[in-house]
Structure formats: structure tokens, C-alpha cells
Design a protein around this ligand. Structure first.
Ligand code: HSE
Length: 412
């Protein structure tokens, strides 16, 4: 028996963008060096860090480069991490790396949602991998679960709380009566929020993530701009008072419902009760429910944002690339474009707030929504109704018959 310890093969890597995630990747590679080497049989060494800044006096100062050519032109570099954020120049740099025959792992949902189809195509042509586990659900391994563990499933629904910042804000508003602004400030201080928090609170970040999950589920390219998107900026403390009376909470969902070749998708706040699996997903955590035709319901839960959870998912992709260094892993995402059905065809319950608190007003609402549950808040000159489930088109018609609607949240 040969008892000589086998030397691990060394693989050079580069990190583009030394911000929260990029520096997290370097930290995870360092901290878990032994376990990574043991599991892959390879030692991943960061050779270059591409950034506009210098980082003098830090352990990475000698690795900093400012020209992408240093990375694309070095045949030793096999794996590149893209952690720059935004679409440009992340797209141009990622494309250049793939064209140069390097695997790329990214945490950048904006890039994947906007250019995923093309970058995957280039990766296939070049027999390398374009991997994006960290782009959706932060540290939750949902992308790999979809292309490996759920590969034999026909996915029927994906519904997720996909944005840590908004989940943090909604949880603080629900549990602590905190204002939107103070909760957002806390989420920003904790490093969860996007550079521009509008992307979080207006639902754009969730939109890109549900677009990526829908592409993974259907195998088709999804134009994220086709997904009706509503954020949480209109949700108020009064909505949470009603939700409390109804034993419910409000969560920002990104969702796709897939029936045969008909797909509806949306991003919107949804009022849910404790029977919903995502009701208990609070704070910065993300949760994703996936329904498959054979599997039934499954749920994935974990840290959806933050430096180390996200970096951990990037490192897992780097390890996947290190192990499958000579082949392109089929992810099933093709160039065929997915048509998204109008949201009018989807069914929900609806929570409506109506101004005034007269008997005649309530009777009118009972006529329009005979199965609706009326809810009142003492001291408020308004009331609410939670309707039964119906198609959005039918709901819109009924709603037109009620004047003085001052608030509307979809419900399940
Ligand atoms: N701003 C994002 C969030 C970061 O809060 O979920 C992770 O994608």
C-alpha cells in the first residue's frame, strides 16, 4: 500500500470585485482551506483580485490588478469569481473570462437575469461552467438542488421569500412596530441591502431572482421585465394591524406557477397565515417552496443575504468547477424564450381596505364579496375585507364596484 500523502493539485483563481462578497470569498477559501482541499483534492489559490482600489497594507495588496487582461491572459487561472455587481462591466469581464476558457462563478443576479442565456451558451461552447448558486437565495443551495436533485421533476410552482432586506424590514414592522425607514437603515448597516436599496424595496431584486428560478424550472429564457413586480413601499403599520387581527403576516413573494406550458409569475407582498410554509421565514432569512409533480412540496431555508453565507455559495460553485474542470455541467437553461401569462389569469385571495365605517358600506362589500371576511380596527374610520380565492380578472371586476378602496394586498 502506498502510504505517501498525495499532493493536491493547485488551481489558480481570480476574484473580480473586492467588496462585501469578493472579500468574503477570499475569507471562506482561507478559513475552510483544509476542508475544501480534502473534498476536491485540489487547492484553490487566489492569484489575482481585480478592483479599482489598491488595498495597501492588507494581505491581498500584492494580488490586486486593475486590468482584466491580467486574468484572461494568464493560462494558470482556471476559475474566476465575479462579485462586482451590476450588469456592466460585469458582463463584458465575465464574457471575456468564459471566452478565454475559464470557469466563472458569480453572485450577481442582475447579470444572470439579464445575460444568463448568452453566458451559459458561451460556457457550453467553451466546455467550461458559468455557475450562479449565490445569485439566488444567498447561501441556500437552491440552484444546485434544481439542476441535480430535482432534475427529474416537472416543477409546478416556486414561491420564495427571496430578498433578505425586505424580509428583515417586514419582520421588524410586524414584530416590533418599527418604521420602514429605521428597519431599512438597520438592514443596510448589517450589509444586506443592495447598493441602491430601491432594488430591494421595489421588488426588482426579487424579480431577478424569481426570473432565474423560473428559467431553471422551465429550461427557458425568462425576460425579467415580463414579470409584474410590486415592492413593499406601500405596506404600512395599519396593514400589519389588520394582519394581526386576521392572524396573518405580510411577506414579499416572488412566485411562478407552471401549468403545462402556461406560466404566471409575479413579485408582490402577500398576506399569509401560519398554515403557509413561508409564514415562519423571518428576519434576513430566505425561504423557497418548490412543488414538483412527483416530489410534492419541498422547502429550502437559510441565510438569504450577507457576506459569508453568499460567499459560501460562491465557493461551493468554485469547488464544483474545480471538480468538473474538464466538462460543461448541463443546467437545462436553453435559448427558447418563455411566454409569461397575464397575471389576470392567476388566482389569489385579496385583502382590501375601504375608507369609512358605515353599515351601508359594509353591506355593499358583503354583496360584492359574499364569502369575504370583514375585519375592523377600533378607532379607525375604515374597515377591511379578506375575500375568498378568485381569478385576478374576476377580482378586478368586483373591485370596480366598490368605491373608496384605500389599500390592497394579495393573500393566500
Ligand atoms: N439585497 C439582497 C437581499 C442581497 O437583501 O436579499 C442578496 O441578494
Amino acid at each position: 500500500m502506498n502510504t505517501e500523502a498525495k499532493e493536491n493539485e493547485k488551481i489558480a483563481a481570480a476574484v473580480m470585485g473586492y467588496g462585501t462578497i469578493g472579500s468574503g470569498v477570499v475569507e471562506v477559501l482561507e478559513e475552510n482551506r483544509d476542508i475544501i482541499a480534502k473534498k476536491t483534492g485540489k487547492e484553490i489559490e487566489v492569484k489575482y483580485i481585480l478592483d479599482l482600489r489598491e488595498f495597501p497594507g492588507t494581505p491581498v495588496e500584492n494580488k490586486i490588478v486593475h486590468d482584466i487582461a491580467a486574468i484572461t491572459g494568464d493560462p494558470e487561472v482556471k476559475i474566476v469569481v465575479e462579485a462586482m455587481g451590476g450588469v456592466h462591466p460585469a458582463y463584458e469581464f465575465t464574457r471575456a473570462c468564459l471566452m478565454a476558457g475559464k470557469h466563472v462563478a458569480t453572485s450577481n443576479k442582475a447579470l444572470v437575469a439579464a445575460c444568463g442565456t448568452e453566458l451559459l451558451q458561451i460556457a457550453r461552447k467553451k466546455q467550461v461552467n458559468f455557475l450562479f448558486e449565490a445569485s439566488t437565495g444567498g447561501g441556500i443551495p437552491v440552484i444546485r438542488t434544481m439542476y441535480r436533485s430535482l432534475a427529474g421533476e416537472k416543477i409546478e410552482e416556486i414561491t420564495g421569500i427571496l430578498n433578505g432586506t425586505t424580509n428583515y424590514i417586514l419582520t421588524k414592522m410586524d414584530r416590533c412596530g418599527q418604521t420602514f425607514e429605521s428597519a431599512l437603515k438597520e438592514a443596510q448597516d448589517l450589509g444586506y441591502a443592495e447598493r441602491n436599496p430601491e432594488a430591494d424595496v421595489e421588488g426588482h431584486d426579487t424579480c431577478r431572482k424569481i426570473a432565474i428560478l423560473t428559467a431553471m424550472a422551465t429550461g427557458k429564457e425568462v425576460n425579467y421585465e415580463d414579470i409584474p413586480t410590486e415592492g413593499i413601499t406601500k405596506i404600512t403599520d395599519v396593514d400589519f394591524k389588520y394582519a394581526e387581527k386576521l392572524g396573518r403576516s405580510v411577506k414579499l413573494f416572488g412566485s411562478s406557477r407552471i401549468e403545462g406550458d402556461k406560466v404566471t409569475a409575479f413579485v408582490a407582498p402577500v398576506m399569509v397565515g401560519p398554515e403557509h410554509p413561508l409564514y415562519a421565514v423571518n428576519d434576513v432569512y430566505n425561504g423557497i417552496v418548490i412543488k414538483g409533480n412527483m416530489l410534492g412540496t419541498s422547502m429550502y431555508f437559510g441565510s438569504g443575504a450577507g457576506k459569508l453565507p453568499t460567499a459560501s455559495a460562491v465557493v461551493a460553485d468554485m469547488m464544483e468547477a474545480a471538480v468538473y474542470s474538464e466538462e460543461n455541467i448541463p443546467l437545462g437553461w436553453t435559448e427558447e424564450r418563455l411566454e409569461i401569462e397575464p397575471l389576470e389569469n392567476a388566482s389569489f385571495r385579496y385583502f382590501l381596505r375601504i375608507s369609512g365605517n358605515t353599515q351601508s358600506g359594509k353591506e355593499r362589500v358583503r354583496e360584492v364579496f359574499p364569502d369575504g371576511e370583514i375585519v375592523e380596527l377600533s378607532g379607525y374610520s375604515e374597515f377591511g375585507v379578506l375575500t375568498s380565492k378568485m381569478k385576478e380578472a374576476e377580482f378586478n371586476e368586483k373591485k370596480a364596484a366598490i368605491s373608496d378602496v384605500i389599500g390592497l394586498i394579495r393573500a393566500e
